[in-house]
Design a protein around this ligand. Structure first.
Ligand SMILES: NC(=O)c1ccc[n+]([C@@H]2O[C@H](COP(=O)([O-])OP(=O)(O)OC[C@H]3O[C@@H](n4cnc5c(N)ncnc54)[C@H](O)[C@@H]3O)[C@@H](O)[C@H]2O)c1
Length: 320
């Protein structure tokens, strides 16, 4: 993929280098001229185990380039990472000026290029909620490009940043709304235990049907059965959260996917919330109870050192 990373500080440089090392063409944009010169001279301005070697190797091969020219860097980009600083101000709020400036430069560059293909802007900087919406509106007004703005908040640990970036121990995906559902399943099917995503649906079973529909929206030729197999092997547990009539949100069902029977994905409810009524204050009352099914994943949890008492699944006890 053609990737641009705006801001080659700690986060941006690690991201750019790691992406280049797995075969993407990456252009890092850096405005600080001293830092840029260091990078263009092939030196790493920060110390992070393994980073300098990886950076030099990919810089030498041309897989990784550095510039201060946003326009040319964004010209062919399919993905643009925003990794500029968002330092705290004296009053405790976040200084968004670098991100706003970088976002505006990306908007202008995309508008000027007049591209009409899909560009994904990935915000890695730490930002207040609502930032992506503002950025999206700015991009939508200015460019013909089909843009998506997504969050990929950074959880970098200094000292192990390169290893963590190249070997993430889990994948946490925000809400899937469209054909990206297939990418999500494929990512979840690559051995990242604990992957998590959100989908809007009325029931756990509906959630699976919605995922199928979203994949189909991508006009994929994937046969129905293969699609269902992907779903049943990627997803172990569906946790349904419901907004109740009193406005509160509660977990109302925990269901386990158990496999496939013929062309049908099989699943079983493990815990369900039963509404019993309303309190005098108008709050929903109810109880969460086990259905009596001990989930298949109980053994896996046990093997991972999470010892859940078998009685909690027996259905005889009311749970809180
Ligand atoms: N460093 C960490 O450990 C860490 C961890 C989690 C989150 N974050 C967040 O990630 C973001 C980046 O952090 P960092 O530590 O990499 O910051 P940094 O200050 O090290 O790097 C930011 C870089 O962006 C450059 N820059 C600013 N505006 C630019 C523009 N318009 N075009 C090109 N370059 C520009 C700056 O010159 C600087 O080199 C921040 O929001 C931070 O809160 C950082």
């Amino acid at each position: 993929m053609d990737v641009t990373v705006i801001g080659c500080g700690y986060v941006g440089l690690v991201t750019a280098t790691c992406l280049a090392s797995i075969g993407h063409t990456v252009r890092g944009v850096e405005k600080d001229q001293k830092k840029l010169k260091t990078l263009q001279d092939g030196h790493c301005p920060i110390f992070e185990p393994g980073l300098q070697e990886l950076m030099q190797e990919n810089y030498a091969s041309g897989q990784l380039q550095f510039t201060d020219d946003v326009r040319s860097a964004v010209k062919d980009a399919e993905v643009v990472f925003l990794c500029v600083g968002t330092p705290p101000k004296a009053d405790g709020t976040v200084d968004m000026s670098y991100l706003e400036a970088a976002g505006k430069e990306v908007c202008d560059a995309l508008a000027e290029n007049n591209n009409d293909y899909m560009v994904t802007i990935i915000v890695k900087s730490t930002v207040p909620s609502g930032t992506n919406r503002k950025l999206y509106n700015c991009l939508k007004e200015q460019t013909r490009a089909h843009v998506a703005v997504v969050s990929n908040p950074e959880f970098l640990k200094e000292g192990t940043a390169v290893n963590d970036c190249l070997n993430p121990d889990r994948i946490v995906i925000g809400e899937v709304r469209s054909e990206e559902a297939l990418d999500m399943l494929q990512a979840m099917n690559t051995g990242h235990d604990g992957s998590l995503t959100t989908v809007h649906a009325n029931t756990p079973r509906d959630a699976l049907t919605r995922i199928e529909t979203m994949i189909a929206m991508g006009a994929t030729n994937l046969p129905e059965r293969a699609m269902r197999q992907q779903i049943s092997s990627a997803i172990n547990v569906v946790v349904q959260q419901t907004r109740l009539s009193d406005g509160s949100r509660r977990v109302t069902t925990i269901s386990e996917i158990t496999g496939m029977e013929g062309d049908i994905i099989t699943m079983q409810d493990v815990f369900i919330f039963e509404k019993t009524g309303l309190s005098p204050e108008g709050k929903v009352t109810g109880r969460f109870r086990a259905t009596g099914v001990r989930p298949k994943c109980w053994e896996r949890l046990k093997a991972a050192g999470i010892n859940l008492p078998p009685e909690m699944f027996s259905g005889s006890e009311e749970l809180r």
